[in-house]
Design a protein around this ligand. Structure first.
Ligand SMILES: [Zn+2]
Length: 481
């Protein structure tokens, strides 16, 4: 009994979120710590979730005409320094290789914090004329940013996995048109697969990517009321093109610089998913990203074991063509222990099958998110399982969307903004004049920064919460990760 208790989650999500979050990740065997601080080990169950995110995103990128490539892990120092804002943004977090074997390198090599500089140094040779454009590349790799803040599994670490989209166009119009396409793909993956809603918007100048003209993000809201940045998209304009001489001859025979974008989705999404949907029993994985969707737990006494196992195998074989299904045939564990384990690991649907069920031609389905049990006809198992998985997927999203909605509020004065942050937390939409001073003042007084500025809003005659000057747009203020 005491052993079983130790294996389970001892922290409560509502009481000690940080402890709960770390416990469910480690105990569910999604990830583990490594001997290098801030560098996470993705165990098979956790890595499989990333594979699904990657496949879903990759399929949509390819359909949009984006091609995958691979570039080296190392970036020579002189390249990293070519674009000034870029190097200033990343310099404090770059890890360097200075030696090989016993000899010191002539030039330090950065371990990529992002690959703009090495890509552009090479692809400038590929682009000669307007016929070579657009060039739309994507990399699936990992990057290293030597953060000194406290690492949190999936949410913040020194190495993470991501996609790096790098695209080049002949005109600003074409480059700008890509924004909605990419943000649309990221929304589809985060909403329809991970069941995670988000707030789409533009970053302020002080929060944008180092070297970009403008950055856009999907911001998620964590259960502790803090916002966290999800996938992002950067309109890089011609800054890098000018620094790296990425130019082409246009149809009139004139030399022009290309217009560029970059974009990314990272393994952080796994952490947001775990935090959003998990409960005091453990992880809850949305069916569409669950590596294992259905687990069958046979329930028997010695005398009916053979009969139950035979039916359970038939059931597994029938379901396996449509769902990732496991028959838990370990005879050294009680059904109760198995239930706890699969609940901790977040498997979407459990099927219980005992001698009485078999006699009645039924199974018992138990959804992980609601713990609701319902009997279903064994011969209709495929349709019934599909129904539960579809409903669970939709219900997880609806619940998260409702939670985001109820924690996204309006304020028209600084006092209102402060009191809403104190009482509800979450996101407060408030008018902002656009000045850096006001952004900083609100941050200093409330601890909340502008996480982004919603794209889908009407301009209106508003007054800035900080200075009282005219403001046209509402900004999303939140405390953040
Ligand atoms: Zn202002």
């Amino acid at each position: 009994m005491s052993e079983a208790k130790q294996e389970g989650v001892t922290a409560k999500k509502a009481e000690n979120f940080d402890d709960w979050y770390t416990q469910i990740i480690l105990k569910s065997e999604l990830a583990d710590y490594s001997p290098v601080s801030g560098c996470l080990v993705y165990r098979p169950a956790g890595y499989a979730i990333w594979e699904t995110i990657r496949e879903a995103t990759d399929k949509r990128f390819k359909a949009a005409g984006i091609q995958n490539a691979y570039f080296p892990l190392f970036i020579p120092e002189r390249l990293l320094k070519k674009e000034q804002q870029h190097v200033e943004g990343f310099a404090p977090e770059v890890a360097w290789v200075t030696e090989a074997g016993n000899s010191k390198l002539e030039e330090r090599l950065a371990i990529r914090p992002t690959s703009e500089t090495i890509i552009y140094e090479v692809v400038k040779k590929w682009i000669r004329s307007w016929r070579d454009l657009p060039l739309r590349l994507n990399l699936w790799n990992s990057v290293v940013r030597w953060e000194f803040k406290h690492p949190t599994p999936f949410l913040r670490g020194r190495e993470f996995l991501w996609n790096e989209g790098h695209t080049m166009f002949a005109t600003k119009e074409e480059a700008d048109a890509e924004r909605d396409q990419i943000l649309g793909i990221y929304r589809e993956v985060t909403e329809n697969y991970l069941a995670l809603p988000g707030l789409v918007g533009r970053k302020t100048d002080s929060e944008k990517f180092a070297g970009a003209l403008a950055s856009f993000s999907i911001e998620h809201l964590m259960p502790d009321g803090k916002a966290i940045q999800g996938p992002d998209f950067h309109s890089d304009g011609q800054n890098f093109a000018k620094a790296f001489e990425l130019s082409f001859v246009d149809q009139k025979g004139e030399r022009q610089f290309v217009w560029q974008n970059t974009f990314a989705i990272t393994t952080r999404e796994i952490g947001v998913m775990i935090a959003t949907h998990g409960d005091d029993k453990g992880v809850v994985i949305p069916p569409r990203v669950a590596p294992l969707q259905v687990v069958i737990v046979p329930i028997f006494k010695d005398e009916d074991k053979a009969m139950v196992m035979e039916e359970a195998k038939k059931l597994r074989d029938g379901l396996s063509a449509s769902f990732s299904t496991l028959l838990d045939d370990r005879d050294y564990l009680t059904p109760g222990r198995k239930f706890n384990e699969w609940e901790l690991k977040g498997i979407p649907l459990r099927i219980e099958l005992g001698p009485r069920d078999i006699k009645q031609g039924q199974v018992v389905l138990v959804r992980r998110d609601t713990s609701q049990k319902r009997p279903a006809k064994i011969e209709a198992a495929v349709e019934e399982v599909r129904k539960d998985l579809d409903e669970m997927q939709a219900s997880l999203y609806a619940r998260a969307a409702q939670s985001l909605k109820s924690r996204t509020n309006r304020a028209s004065t600084l006092a209102e903004l402060k009191s809403t942050l104190a009482s509800v937390g979450g996101v407060v939409q408030a008018p902002w004049c656009g000045s850096h001073e006001c952004e900083e003042k609100v941050k200093a007084e409330t601890g909340a920064k502008i996480v982004n500025i919603p794209l889908d809003q009407q301009k209106a005659a508003l007054t800035c919460v900080s200075c009282g000057q005219p403001a046209e747009l509402l900004a999303n203020f939140a405390r953040s990760y």
